[in-house]
Design a protein around this ligand. Structure first.
Ligand SMILES: *[C@@H]1O[C@H](CO)[C@@H](O)[C@H](O)[C@H]1NC(C)=O
Ligand SMILES: *[C@@H]1O[C@H](CO)[C@@H](O)[C@H](O)[C@H]1NC(C)=O
Ligand SMILES: *[C@@H]1O[C@H](CO)[C@@H](O)[C@H](O)[C@H]1NC(C)=O
Ligand SMILES: *[C@@H]1O[C@H](CO)[C@@H](O)[C@H](O)[C@H]1NC(C)=O
Ligand SMILES: *[C@@H]1O[C@H](CO)[C@@H](O)[C@H](O)[C@H]1NC(C)=O
Ligand SMILES: *[C@@H]1O[C@H](CO)[C@@H](O)[C@H](O)[C@H]1NC(C)=O
Ligand SMILES: *[C@@H]1O[C@H](CO)[C@@H](O)[C@H](O)[C@H]1NC(C)=O
Ligand SMILES: *[C@@H]1O[C@H](CO)[C@@H](O)[C@H](O)[C@H]1NC(C)=O
Length: 682
């Protein structure tokens, strides 16, 4: 019952509050993160983050993957390497990153090579090439020893490796030399300002274990990608035959895209990763620093954002430009950081002018000149996708303008431009015979997954059209997930997560959950997966990153596919904020085939928490929100087409209900905050 869930929650809070341990932040970094989790409870067992900043490997493996001692790390130590090329693999059990220290004793001179693969199929004497860097730049590190005796090697800070699960250690020495490895430890570098890496400010717990794992693996992937900016070098890019060599920046922490791949701030996924951070760890600092880098490198002449890549600044992508603008909106929505908004408002406005002047006056559509090499194959279909992203940038921009000073006229203008664009898209790109948007105004055979998903998600069209799109998207499904027509029929976790959001937005939770199950069962259980994090493209994808070897594994720790984390919180649990830091909020659960879900998150105003449980003939729901807040409670009908009975805290609710017979929901406005129990019966 919902109320027993609450009792247990309060009880756990009392027990666990005293159990937090004193822990460390990274090096000299000022601790800014929270010390304790906001909602301790049995769901904490799903958190992948270790409880200490210093960890040791879990297992020791031979290169062929077997365990030499069957006894885990401790029992395998010391481990002796003998002869040139002999090799051992240390498995940390989850994706990690930071500074390795290795103690050893040798009988002669030589070197130990250290390589850091992400997956076990990549365990060899070089780090796997799951990045865009030219082969060789991510080879091994070497601990050189000149004579027999004890030694200790620590990876130099500037060579810090991240986003690996395995460490391969191999010996380069005369055949007679033996090296005994006595101990290995790792000082974790990610999320440097947090002393307690498990101090999540949000949680999610359902009766479906796979969903819980997905939620927490998304959260952990984002943690691993929050880098100590001062300590690491950016991804070396080849420029004029030389590898670039720049530091990430001066901030304590910045969020990067797939840590193994890029070591880069990459705005392309800010539309989703910011929300996933907000509902899970609650860490917005890394996002703020990443966004500030985007504004700091904006072109003064044109207003275009660069991809902030230090010496490598490809001015090119309208898509990334727009996502940076959308990321700005979500950051301010979740933080109410009006100082940040004021500081960057001129930049934001010139970014909007820059992009909007590309809208042509005849059809009212964006004329994109996106030349970024990423996803070349999608260029042809970018047209529609970019129109829809521009629409969302205008809509969110119009809301941002109401939070900035003296910008209400601008807000009205952007809203008007958004409406005009929406009209143009529906006029020129809708295919009414098929029931979906076509890739561009001329193409009539390609109905892209991304653009159609975004069309539903960003409400570019009416409910009737959304419902047809949702139905047609299923045509791309296979038992292993949805194939992406615009990517030549491969699977793409990123685009599939957008489709998952879309089915939820279309009021089709069963479809969304089905797609989650089809795709993630494979991602998380595939032998090549790191089991804790998410791949950008788990399949061979010859179309992506043209110019790189088709079978180069892509990173398994990308930000892009982390968006189910917030989809589950916002659409299944049903909890989201609708104005800065949740002064207004929305609770609109969707049940699918689930029976019991609870979760919550935190803003500076306090804690937001929802739990629900389905019962014979209806469901019970409980929620608690900070006092002084106000929101809409949108309750699904129990039986299609029949208005249910609603009780809140024992009182029958007869008036003030807004019945939506088409969607099958009843909406009640709840103000004041506090805790309520809701009983709904068919
Ligand atoms: C050890 O093996 C490496 C690579 O196979 C080779 O380059 C090196 O010369 C060998 N060293 C000795 C001392 O045999
Ligand atoms: C390495 O040796 C040093 C000095 O004896 C010791 O303090 C440290 O704990 C050892 N580290 C590991 C991982 O064994
Ligand atoms: C833009 O102009 C400001 C002030 O003139 C300057 O500080 C900044 O570095 C310039 N930005 C770029 C990207 O040139
Ligand atoms: C957001 O910040 C502004 C400016 O500091 C403040 O006036 C406003 O009350 C804040 N909003 C909330 C919900 O606290
Ligand atoms: C809003 O649009 C009107 C009409 O296009 C224009 O005259 C005005 O300058 C715009 N206002 C702002 C603040 O951009
Ligand atoms: C429309 O899309 C098709 C297929 O994706 C592509 O071949 C064509 O060049 C595109 N047309 C325009 C005008 O972008
Ligand atoms: C990926 O490509 C490699 C090399 O072409 C091939 O050996 C492997 O079987 C492919 N894997 C999948 C899952 O298709
Ligand atoms: C509730 O929903 C209505 C209709 O969408 C909206 O106008 C109103 O602002 C919402 N109220 C709150 C407190 O979010």
């Amino acid at each position: 019952m919902a109320s027993s869930v609450w009792l247990r929650f309060i009880w756990c809070l009392a027990i666990l509050a005293s159990a937090s341990l004193a822990q460390k932040c990274w090096r000299e970094t000022t601790c800014e993160g929270p010390e304790d989790s906001a909602f301790p409870g049995p769901w904490d067992k799903y958190i992948y983050a270790p409880s200490s900043r210093t960890v040791e490997p879990k297992e020791v493996l031979t290169i062929s993957g077997t365990s030499p001692s069957n006894g885990g790390y401790r029992r395998s130590m010391p481990y002796t390497l003998q002869g040139n090329g002999s090799t051992v693999v240390f498995d940390f059990g989850v994706k990690v990153g930071g500074i390795i220290t290795l103690n050893y004793t040798s009988t002669g001179s030589g070197a130990l090579g250290l390589a850091f693969p992400e997956t076990n199929s990549g365990t060899r004497q070089a780090s796997d090439t799951s990045d865009d860097a030219p082969e060789g730049l991510r080879g091994a590190l070497y601990a050189i020893f000149k004579e027999a005796g004890e030694g200790s090697y620590s990876v130099p800070d500037e060579d810090m490796r991240a986003g690996f699960r395995y460490m391969v250690v191999f010996l380069l020495a005369d055949c007679s030399t033996e090296v005994s490895i006595e101990g290995v430890s790792l000082e974790i570098g990610f999320q440097p300002t947090w002393s307690n890496l498990r101090a999540y400010q949000g949680y999610f717990f359902s009766d479906d274990k796979l969903l819980n794992r997905i939620w927490y693996s998304g959260a952990y992937a984002l943690q691993v990608n929050a880098m100590p900016a001062r300590a690491v070098h950016q991804l070396p890019m080849m420029m004029d035959g030389k590898a670039t060599d720049a530091k990430m920046g001066l901030d304590d922490m910045t969020v990067v895209d797939g840590i193994k791949a890029d070591y880069e701030v990459w705005p392309g996924d800010m539309g989703t990763s910011v929300s996933s951070l907000f509902v899970s760890t609650g860490d917005l600092e890394s996002t703020k620093n990443a966004l500030q880098k985007v504004y700091n490198t904006q072109s003064n002449l044109t207003g275009a954002f660069n991809e902030p890549r230090g010496t490598f600044n490809p001015k090119s992508s309208e898509t990334y430009h727009l996502w940076s603008m959308i990321g700005t909106f979500y950051y301010v929505l979740y933080s109410n950081d009006t100082d940040f908004l004021e500081r960057n408002w001129e930049g934001y406005k010139s970014a909007m002018s820059y992009i909007y002047q590309k809208v042509d006056s005849t059809r009212g559509l964006l004329q994109a000149t996106d030349t970024c090499n990423q996803d070349i194959s999608r260029q042809a279909s970018k047209s529609l996708e970019m129109q829809i992203i521009l629409y969302h940038a205008l809509k969110t921009g119009a809301r941002l303008a109401t939070w900035a000073k003296n910008s209400l006229t601008l807000s009205d203008n952007w809203s008007k431009q958004a409406e005009d664009l929406k009209h143009s898209i529906n006029t020129h790109c809708w295919d009414d015979n098929y029931g979906a948007f076509k890739a561009n105004i001329t193409d009539t055979t390609l109905y892209p997954q991304v653009a159609n998903s975004l069309a539903i998600l960003y409400e570019i069209t009416d409910p009737a059209r959304s419902s047809r799109i949702s139905e047609n998207l299923i045509k791309n499904w296979t038992p292993n997930g949805a194939v992406t027509p615009e990517l030549g029929g491969t699977f793409s976790p990123f685009t599939s997560t957008l489709e998952i959001h879309a089915h939820f937005a279309a009021g089709q939770p069963a479809r969304a959950l089905d797609l989650i199950h089809r795709s993630w069962t494979r991602y998380l259980q595939s032998p090549d997966s790191t089991s804790t994090s998410l791949s950008e493209s788990p399949q061979n994808n010859t179309l992506k990153h043209i110019g790189f070897p088709p079978h180069a594994p892509h990173t398994h720790n990308n930000n892009q596919p982390t968006s189910p984390t917030h989809a589950l919180t916002e659409s299944i649990l049903g909890l989201s904020v609708t104005s800065p830091i949740g002064l207004t909020w929305k609770i609109a659960p969707q049940f699918g085939n689930l029976h019991r879900v609870e979760g919550g998150f935190t803003t500076p105003l306090g804690k937001y928490q929802v739990s629900w449980e389905t019962r014979a003939g209806g469901y019970d729901l409980a929620f608690a929100v900070p006092s002084g807040t106000k929101g809409n409670l949108t309750l699904p009908f129990v039986e299609p087409g029949r208005r249910p009975s609603i009780q809140i805290d024992g009182n029958d609710i007869l008036r003030g209900v807004w019945w939506d017979e088409v969607r099958g929901t009843a909406t009640v406005v709840v103000s004041g905050g506090g805790r309520c129990e809701v009983v709904v019966r068919g």
